[in-house]
Design a protein around this ligand. Structure first.
Ligand code: CP
Length: 319
């Protein structure tokens, strides 16, 4: 079966998930992003690759980093950006997601950037566009339910490559609420495709997916063992909004066992980097001394996110 994200020539037409993308496509996105980091250094921070194109930001869930960096990225590519005010949109009056999409398509949209609480919503939109003769409109998943957050996974890979160069010699530890995390799924997919030899999951049993054994990762419940000699430590937020029932005794108890403190970070390699997709919960999964410390690359992740999103949008547009 054809991957719905690729056309017959293997070119990216939607970005819905990292799962199933060839390594060459991931590397092409990272390579395309590299020169875009220089655009931000210029006096005029605009290039005309998406001039005349209309990018619709459809965020049905809150977002600070993703929505804003997609907007900046599209504007730096000279696209027209339309941010749908979801709270005031027709969805609150009972309109279906696909009817909303049909109406926005009738406004000559070229690209939809979609965040939705339901896993699969961007796939549904891409399928619908294809089935209704509008396959020329590209869909980018900006986070769907627990499923995937592909541009976050890609900007994380860009950050790792920037600091560590070679994926094939790394030990990467992902720590926290893996069960509810679309970011973790995209990170695991990307790290696996790019050939990282040791991927570790560090979490309490209640915050790991049942299928963790099939992911090809090493599982640790003891953070001190899991962090030992890691090159990259990727922290995750507790996704309280997606938790059903009490999975943890308390945030304080969680911090004692799984919070990243300077003392626990000392077990990783001396040059290990600390990443976090944001939003961070200080004192829950990460100590401020680490979050603001010299090993944290959390703010560079945000900056690289603009270049990576520029790369994805320009590749989709065939520019
Ligand atoms: N990392 C991330 O998706 O952050 P936002 O929810 O602020 O977009």
């Amino acid at each position: 079966m054809l991957n719905p994200q690729l056309n017959r020539n293997g070119e990216l037409v939607h970005l819905l998930s990292i799962d199933g993308l060839p390594r060459e496509v991931l590397l092409k996105i990272l390579d395309t992003a590299a020169p875009f980091t220089e655009v931000a250094e210029r006096e005029v921070k605009k290039i005309p690759l998406l001039r005349g194109k209309s990018v619709f930001n459809l965020f049905f869930e809150p977002s600070t980093r993703t929505r804003t960096t997609f907007e900046i990225a599209a504007k730096r590519l000279s696209a027209d950006v339309i941010n749908l005010n979801v709270g005031a949109s027709s969805q609150s009056k009972g309109e279906t997601l696909l009817d909303t999409v049909d109406n926005l398509s009738a406004m000559q949209a070229d690209m939809f950037v979609v965040r939705h609480a339901s896993s699969g919503a961007p796939y549904l939109i891409a399928q619908h566009l294809s089935a209704t003769g509008r396959a020329h409109i590209h869909v980018i998943n900006a986070g769907d339910g627990r499923h995937a957050h592909p541009t976050q996974g890609l900007l994380d890979m860009y950050t790792i490559r920037h600091y560590k160069r070679d994926f094939t010699r790394l030990t990467v530890a992902i720590v926290g609420d893996i069960l509810h995390s679309r970011v973790a799924r995209s990170q695991i997919d990307a790290l696996t495709i790019l050939g990282v030899p040791e991927i570790r999951m560090i979490a309490p049993p209640t915050l790991l997916p049942a299928e963790v054994g099939k992911l090809g990762v090493r599982v640790f419940h003891d953070m001190r063992l899991g962090l030992r000699d890691a090159d990259v430590v990727m922290m995750l937020r507790l996704q309280n909004e997606r938790m059903q029932g009490a999975l943890l005794p308390s945030p304080q108890e969680y911090f004692k066992t799984y919070g990243l403190t300077p003392e626990k970070l000392a077990l990783a390699r001396p040059d290990a980097i600390v990443m976090h997709p944001g939003p961070m919960n200080r004192g829950v999964e990460i100590d401020s001394a680490v979050a603001d410390g010299p090993r944290a690359v959390i703010l560079p992740q945000v900056t690289f996110g603009i270049a990576v999103r520029m790369a994805v949008m320009s590749m989709l547009a065939g520019a």
